[in-house]
Design a protein around this ligand. Structure first.
Ligand code: PEP
Ligand code: MG
Length: 571
């Protein structure tokens, strides 16, 4: 039994077998073979088992993914069945007496080079397909089959270096009971997705992919950030009890689903949810969300290899606005870049993508994409209570420019006779320190602020949110952050505007007392955190928390703040 300490990224406890989503080493050594006929057969057997594998993946993918995504595996099966490649590999084995793996590597590299050198986009994409197929085939030849979430057919805990947002989107929640990764932090997007999928996750375990062997039995404690490998019977029993207690606690919280979030001295705040798409809405309603405080629209752009059309976007925005029945829905315009990449947009290769062409900066470079999204949003505005939010605003000019483009598109739609609402709000995320400091000026021009602490903390501390080496600098309770948050809230209120928070901090139990005290109006978080935060805030006095928050802003360290909050709120 071994215990690994990581960062708790999504609550809950899972007990299941490990499934390693780790790419094996596929280095090939060229060898001379005597029995070429046998080697040709080895190759043909590997082709056959690869074809079977692709069929299984296709089958699973058509249940979990869109038709277009699943169709990729048909294309792969066709490439595998293409006689041209097979003939060349067989010739090479026979004429040069080389092993099948080396023959395949040489032949496929030639195919890839030819496709890549063509000017046509279609053939360039085929190069990527050939690369994928030959890697899978090579892996089978070397006896190290590639892992794939679609091949999972029993309950597992996934062990990986990291999971990309699109990996996470493909996970089948019924079988994947949780995941543990080498890298990442509480605010990496895989962690955020785990919380919306309601599966436990532990990240930043450093060497978990080496510590765990395929099939090891794993206990994943997403509450404390622990991973236990091959536990003894007593430990398994202990954690089964903890898991059941956690499930019971979640059930008890459900009593608060239809309650308001009012402090003991009568101050009401709104608790709303962060979502990645319409699929998250049932979770928002079940968990008592009073609206949507952040719709991360970039997930809409990850659905396929092409950009979503205006029509497709319009349908999604309309569906969400209608489903929320007049409750506020804050839709954030495209925030691609950083750790979020999409196939349809070629992002420049930058040394520091989180500091580069990201979010609204990218939208200014690709106004075509931006305008399409804004048109879709404006058209949907008549179906509910829409609030449009621009991410990564650093300067007043950026806000004016983004709003200017929005109003141009509005005028065009009105001229075309298309109905657009007259009372949607336009606000910004405060996630860059420059904007937090200048909040009093920005507050005169915007309708609202939503504080994005995930980025605000990484930029304030100059600590990459993806780097486990500097994870200790993710300090939401450092007085520096509290002062910035206080400045933003006060600036909004001075102009009669509202201030929300949609960074992960809004859902942290220790942040509840502080944010209530600082006067935050709207708390937006993973839907699964809402009820616990509601229970907590309903037990606190706003006046007392105001005093506490001001005291905390004068502290020297995060540890001092945490100690004061624990004492004052009984946590
Ligand atoms: C944030 O930065 O706090 C935020 C909510 O946006 P994202 O996590 O998508 O960058
Ligand atoms: Mg952000």
């Amino acid at each position: 039994m071994t215990m690994i300490k990581g960062v708790a990224a999504s609550n809950g406890i899972a007990l299941a077998k490990a499934y390693k989503l780790v790419m094996p080493d596929l280095t090939v050594t060229k060898e001379t073979v005597e029995d070429v006929e046998k080697e040709v057969q080895v190759y043909k057997d590997a082709v056959a088992s690869t074809a079977k594998e692709l069929a299984v993946i296709k089958e699973a993918a058509s249940k979990n993914l869109s038709e277009e995504e699943a169709a990729v595996f048909d294309a792969h099966a066709q490439i595998l069945a293409d006689p041209e490649m097979e003939t060349q590999v067989v010739d090479k084995i026979t004429n040069e007496k080389v092993n099948a793996a080396a023959a395949l590597e040489e032949v496929s590299n030639t195919f890839i080079m030819i496709f890549e050198s063509m000017d046509d986009e279609y053939f360039k994409e085929r190069a990527a397909d050939v690369k994928d197929v030959s890697r899978r085939l090579l892996a089978n030849l070397l006896g190290k089959p590639l892992p794939n979430p679609a091949l999972i057919d029993s309950e597992v805990v996934i062990i990986a270096d990291d999971l990309t947002p699109s990996d996470t989107a493909q996970l089948n929640k019924n079988l994947v009971k949780g995941f543990a990764t080498n890298i990442g932090g509480r605010t990496s997007h895989s962690a955020i997705m785990a919380r919306s999928l309601e599966i436990p996750a532990v990240v930043a375990c450093k060497t978990i992919t080496e510590d765990v062997q395929e099939g090891d039995f794993i206990i994943l404690d997403g509450i404390n950030g622990d991973v236990i490998i091959n536990p003894d019977e007593d430990t398994i029993k202990e954690y089964e009890v903890k898991r059941d207690e956690y499930i019971a606690y979640k059930e008890e919280l459900k009593q608060l689903v239809n309650e308001k979030t009012i402090s003991t001295d009568g101050h009401q705040v709104e608790l709303v949810a962060n979502i990645g798409g319409a699929g998250d809405l049932p979770g928002v309603i079940e968990n008592g969300g009073e609206g949507v405080g952040l719709f991360r629209t970039e997930f809409l752009y990850m659905e396929s290899a092409d950009l979503p059309t205006e029509e497709r976007q319009f349908e999604v925005y309309k569906e969400i606005l209608e489903a929320m029945e007049g409750k506020p829905v804050v839709v954030r315009t495209l925030d691609i870049g950083g750790d979020k990449k999409i196939e349809a947009i070629d992002l420049p290769d930058e040394m520091n993508p989180f500091l580069g062409v990201r979010a609204v900066r990218l939208c200014f470079q690709r106004e075509d994409i931006f305008r399409t999204q804004l048109r879709a949003l404006l058209r949907a505005s008549v179906y509910g209570n829409l609030r449009i939010m621009f991410p990564m605003i650093a300067t007043v000019q950026e806000f004016r420019k983004a709003k200017g483009i929005l109003l141009e598109e509005k005028d065009k739609l009105v001229a075309e006779g298309i109905p657009v609402s007259d009372d949607f709000q336009v606000g910004i995320m405060i996630e860059i320190p420059a904007a937090a400091v200048l909040a009093d000026v920005l507050a005169k021009e915007v309708d609202f602020f939503s504080i994005g602490t995930n980025d605000l903390i990484q930029y304030t501390f100059a600590a990459d949110r993806m780097s486990s080496g500097v994870a200790y600098l993710y300090q939401p309770f450092n007085p520096s952050i509290l002062r910035l948050v206080r400045n933003v809230i006060n600036a909004a209120h001075a102009e009669g505007k509202w201030a929300g928070m949609c960074g992960e901090m809004a859902g942290e139990p220790l942040a509840g007392p502080l944010l209530l005290g600082l006067g935050l109006d709207e708390f937006s978080m993973s839907a699964t955190s809402i009820l616990a935060q509601r229970k907590l805030i309903r037990s606190l006095s706003k006046a007392e928390m105001e005093e506490l928050a001001n005291k905390c802003c004068d502290c020297a360290t995060m540890d001092e703040v945490v100690a004061l909050v624990k004492e004052a709120s009984g946590q």
